[in-house]
Design a protein around this ligand. Sequence first.
Ligand code: AMP
Length: 618
Amino acid sequence: MGKIAINIATGSLQQKEMIVGIDLGTTNSLVAIIHPQDRNPQVIKEVMGNSLVPSVLHFDKSGEPIVGDEALKYLLTDPQQTIFSVKRLIGKSYNDIRERSNFFTYKIFDDQTERLVKIQVGDKFYSPVELSSFILKELKSRAEHILKTPVTKAVITVPAYFNDAQRQATRDAGKLAGLDVLRILNEPTAASLAYGLGLNKNETKTIAVYDLGGGTFDISILRISDGIFEVLSTNGDTYLGGDDFDDAIVKFWKEKIELEKSALKFSENNKQEFRLKAEAAKRHLSLHHEFISNVDGYLIKISKSEFENLGSPLVNKTILCCANALKDAEISITEIDEVIMVGGSTRIPLVKQTVGQFFNKKVNDTLNPDEVVALGAAVQADILAGNNKDFLLLDITPLSLGIETMGGLMDVLIPRNSKIPIRTSRQYTTQKDGQMGIVISVFQGERDLVKDNRKLAEFKLSNIPAMPAGLPKIEISFLIDADGILNVKAKELRSGVTQQIEVKPQYGLTDKEVEKMLLDSIEHATEDIQTRALVEVQTEAKQLLDVTKTFIEKNKTHLLNEEIIASEKIMEQLEILIKSGNKDEIHAAIEQLNEQSRPYAERFMNEAIGKAMKGKQV
Ligand code: AMP
């Protein structure tokens, strides 16, 4: 791109392509580029100087969506046809958002299933992917209009906590908008890039990126050294952001008014008006001490200290996440060199102050907190365009990934907190003679039994040529690409039979669920180890029973009657013990059966070898 001549001011350009960085936000979205001449990242602005495009859609009677400021107006007048906070819905099922369904003024179709949500507008249904694609399409066409060049390639950012489904959905939305999404980038990584951290190759720094936007909170601990960005840990809450401060103010007013006018009920119509007024109050209180206005003739007011009382439990929640992130990164507060503030809500003085106190450091807020992620996305786009080859970006997996093995055990292929991209593989085999297929079930979580973890996908490797049990070599490979999307491949190495899938889970996990899964795994650690040991010995016993039964069946004529009777007696006993669940007793019975069958197995082997040596078939 360095060679491309483009003059943004005059619009004259002769350039091939432009890779843009897009921050697809809950409240606002924006696009940024690296200026081809001065090489600085900058957001794309309208003539009026506005860079933020509200992530709001309005559908008029024609069914065509209007996006941005124009749509924002209809939040009040036509709330059912006006969609906001789509990012809260992406990759989610109705069950995921049920508790929060009151928050949305438009209709979210409740089909009582775990399927991805649909939004009903008039008689049409839209998926969050489609709705996000309308926003992206609008951003694309604005950028094209201002840059006077086609925009077909983009880097899109997502919160660090987005799971595979949400990342994939964001990528799909980009595709649907006609964008080739070159990278799904974590927002904190983008923010660090925007601050130019790591540009000095000899610099080693540990950074906390505190991102409080409209709908999500993320805290990420990054280490930057030798120009390499590494996310040491992430934490946060996908249901905590500026919207919650607005909600708190609305609730505060509602309670006040209800005290005075007990009959007042918030109508559908004024619900949005209160929400907008609350947001205005919050912004006002970042600079002033009191906010006074009215809704439907009711006087509404709030002071800065009242607002801070409402806000402090929310801010404290974020601080708890910060402490957890430090713990996960195994880092103490004193090791943090910089604290970066991201997201419009970090303009709230109480937020800056509390975060600064916690990290015992003046927070870094020199860049516009609304723009910083988009600017970083542009820096990443520039790296991908080949203009900045010195960088490597590393992220991590929040939960372990593995497959189900015999007895419902979780076999972890990629442990939690692994750096991505990552590729790993392990060999498995069949349990039954002539088994021609195996089902591969992919799970996410920290528990030893898959039933306690979360199933992401299942597929079958079939057409394995018939072979004795244990002979096929089935290699399962997990690949998490740089976007955090998991690819699972199964290959039977002897025959070359292959099957692979891109894991697109049906619905997402909230931070709380991730946290719960981690806490559960700690709480149940001892119990899990015991269960795993028992399942393993039960599996071993079942396999031994199978093998011995088949052996006796096949070789009856070579065995003495008393050998068969003695073996069968132990086998009967072993079958009862498997059910009883006493690990040591099962183990002892396995030993006993092995002891009993060893002499005749050896005899048989010797005979077989002898025959083979005489050139006969075994
Ligand atoms: P983002 O998702 O980063 O665009 O963040 C938008 C959020 O920041 C919204 O909840 C806004 O209400 C909030 N916000 C923007 N400006 C201010 C301000 N001056 N004071 C407090 N909150 C703000």
